[in-house]
Each structure stands twice: as structure tokens, then as C-alpha cells.
Design a protein. Structure first.
Ligand code: NAI
Length: 347
């Protein structure tokens, strides 16, 4: 069996090769491609039985048809999010699609809290000052998290892990999640989205990007937030209308913005553009604000998570190859994702 891995970085190779050798020695041969899967690069998957992709690869109907025509029968997402896959086309073509639903929810949750505290206590600015011998702390004023209200949008695996950490800081926790289970009750109270927006000093996004959640944060929801509140997005960029957020930052309605994801990140993230002129005026404008912090989708990036991603990805392929049922397959019914381990998600 041949597996083509797209968007492969050195760390993907090293973790996948290690797991292949130690746990699945006879499963497949792997061909790595540094570039993303797209209409242009899909011919490289010819003669492969499976492809393995990450968050910014293209898996729309046209790419899926081309993959299928070339003989590919399985698509392995080495990520949790699946908003970039046309699942209904995949299903029509009979393609096996599986993700890695939970490689390290704590890694992403810890990163969300890291972003909040970096932005709040301005350690990124302090680091630069001190390196130049400037020990003046003016301009570095933050707020104490203890006693503040944190609103979590989406209390699945990552949202719950974030709730646990914020709870440890002594924050008051509220959450909005139309499909929430009982677990969040140990940290706080479930509320309607409007209440969350009105009461939260910090809003942290942890719901998936679907048709229903696209631009969940927009001009109208931003206007309903507590003035001066901080917004953190480690989920998917499309949850936020970036242009509306720029306006809210300019009017000071929004007091801070921490992003690990960005709606047009596919063009930029995971590659070095430092020697180029970047054409994305929205992102460039965002990065001029002193109260905005942008990272390049690294919330998942811990050695524990990479080990888990490689292990589950190859285990999914092994299930496919052996004709076994796989707990991580993504199957839709109408416009609803159904899977044994999660609540239904409306796409
Ligand atoms: P999950 O499936 O465990 O939890 C998602 C939660 O969102 C569920 O409880 C669901 O009921 C809820 N939800 C669905 N629709 C909602 C809505 N309209 N409003 C509020 N809540 C809603 O997923 P998990 O593992 O917690 O991941 C969350 C997201 O984090 C993923 O969809 C992915 O996009 C993102 N992610 C980001 C990473 C990074 O490196 N920055 C790494 C891994 C995931």
C-alpha cells in the first residue's frame, strides 16, 4: 500500500516514520510532499492508495474526484478539524475519511491560555524591552485573571480542557454549546450566546467551523460583547469576520485579540514569507495593533500531540487496509456529521 503525505514538514516525517517503523512495519510505503494538496498537486497522488493531509490542504469536490480517478481510496486527516473536506462528495465517491479527533486537547487549551496571558501581561513586549536593556514597565499594565468571567464557546474536548485551566486561575466560567454534555457543570454554567458575549471579560472559541458557525464573531456579535473584552481564537479562522474585528479594535469595543488561526491562513501559514511582500491587507492591518497577537496555527504543536497524531493516523490507515471498522471515520447523514464518539454536528 502506498501513502502520499501532503504538506509534510520535517517533524511530520520524523514522527510518522518512527511510528511506521515501530508499530506498523508492513503497513505501507510513504511518499512525502512538502507542498499542499490542491488541483495543481493532485496528480502526485496517482498510484497512491491513500493520502494524508493537514489543515490547509484542499479537499473540495474537484480534488476528491481527481484523487478517486487516480486510485486513491482513503483520506487520512492528521488533524481534528474537517471543515476543509467536502464530506458529502467523499461519501458519494465511497472514499474512507478519518481524522485524529483528540491528539492533545490540553496542548491547544494550554496554548489558548498562553495567548491570553501573553496578551494580557504583555510578556512578548517585555521580552523585547529587557533584551535592549529597557526595564521600564510603563505600558505593560495587565489585569488579574482571578475573579474575571471567561466565556467558552464550544465545550468539547479542548473547550473543557480550557475551562479546567481557567477554573484553576479562579475565573468564573460560563459557556455556550448547543450540544453540551454534563461535564462543563463542574466548572461553570451553560448560558445563551448573548449572555456569554455580554458577561465575559475573555471569550475563547473552541467550536468547529461549520456552515452555522462561520463568522460567528461578526459586527453584530462584537457589538454585544463587554466593551474592552478580549477574544481568543485557537479553533478555526473562519469563525471570525476579520474585517469586523478590525473595526471593533479601532473603536476600542474589542480590547484585545489573540489568534492562532486566521480565515485566509491557507495562503501563508506553515511557510516562511519573511522575504516577501505579503498581499493580505487584513492580516497586515491586524498585526499593527499593539493589542493583537497572531501565531501561525501552532496550538497543537507539542511532542505528545505529534506522537498521537502519527499513531492515530497510521492506526486509521491500518483499519482501512484491514477492512476493520474505524472509530475515527467521518460519515455524514444529510448535513449532519454522525460519529460514535461525538454529538451530531450540523455542517
Ligand atoms: P470537539 O468536537 O470535542 O468539541 C467541539 C464542541 O463545539 C462540541 O462540544 C460541540 O457541541 C460544540 N459546538 C458545535 N457547534 C457549536 C456552536 N454552533 N456553538 C457552540 N458550540 C458548538 O472538538 P475539539 O477537539 O474540542 O476541537 C475544537 C476545534 O479546535 C476543532 O474544531 C478544530 O477546528 C480546533 N483545533 C485547533 C487546533 C490548533 O492547533 N489551533 C488543534 C486542534 C483542533
Amino acid at each position: 500500500m502506498k501513502l502520499s503525505v501532503f504538506s509534510a514538514k520535517s517533524y511530520d516525517r520524523s514522527y510518522l516514520d518512527q511510528v511506521l517503523t515501530t508499530r506498523f512495519p508492513n503497513l505501507c510505503t510513504i511518499e512525502y510532499h512538502a507542498f499542499a494538496l490542491s488541483d495543481e498537486t493532485v496528480p502526485l497522488a496517482q498510484a497512491s492508495d491513500a493520502v494524508c493531509v493537514f489543515v490547509n490542504d484542499t479537499l473540495d469536490a474537484s480534488v476528491l474526484h481527481a484523487l478517486h480517478k487516480g486510485g486513491v481510496r482513503a483520506i487520512l486527516l492528521r488533524c481534528a478539524g474537517f471543515n476543509h473536506v467536502d464530506l458529502s462528495t467523499a461519501e458519494k465517491l465511497g472514499l474512507f475519511v478519518a481524522n485524529v479527533p483528540a491528539y492533545s486537547p490540553e496542548a491547544v487549551a494550554e496554548f489558548a491560555v498562553t495567548l491570553v496571558q501573553t496578551l494580557n501581561r504583555k510578556t512578548h513586549r517585555a521580552y523585547n524591552r529587557v533584551r535592549e536593556g529597557n526595564f521600564n514597565i510603563e505600558g505593560l499594565l495587565g489585569t488579574t485573571l482571578y475573579g474575571k468571567t471567561v466565556g467558552i464557546v464550544g465545550v468539547g474536548r479542548i473547550g473543557l480542557a480550557a475551562a479546567r485551566i481557567f477554573h484553576g486561575f479562579g475565573c468564573r466560567l460560563i459557556a455556550y454549546d448547543p450540544f453540551a454534555g454534563p461535564e462543563f457543570g463542574q466548572y461553570g454554567t451553560l448560558v445563551e450566546l448573548d449572555t456569554l458575549l455580554q458577561e465575559s471579560h475573555i471569550v475563547s472559541l473552541h467550536c468547529p467551523l461549520t456552515g452555522g458557525t462561520k463568522h460567528l464573531i461578526n459586527e453584530s456579535t462584537l457589538a454585544r460583547m463587554k466593551p474592552g473584552a478580549m477574544l481568543v481564537n485557537t479553533s478555526r479562522g473562519g469563525l471570525i469576520d476579520s474585517a469586523a474585528v478590525i473595526d471593533a479594535l479601532k473603536t476600542r469595543q474589542l480590547g484585545g485579540l489573540a489568534l492562532d488561526v486566521y480565515e485566509a491562513e491557507g495562503e501563508l501559514f506553515y511557510n516562511d514569507h519573511s522575504g516577501e511582500i505579503i498581499d493580505d491587507d487584513v492580516l497586515m492591518r491586524l498585526m499593527t495593533f499593539p493589542n493583537v497577537l497572531v501565531c501561525g496555527h501552532q496550538g497543537f504543536f507539542t511532542s505528545e500531540a505529534l506522537t498521537e497524531i502519527a499513531g492515530v493516523t497510521l492506526s486509521n490507515l491500518s483499519d482501512f487496509a484491514g477492512g476493520k471498522s474505524c472509530a475515527n471515520t467521518l460519515v455524514t447523514e444529510g448535513h449532519v456529521l454522525v460519529r460514535r464518539d461525538t454529538a451530531p454536528v450540523r455542517l
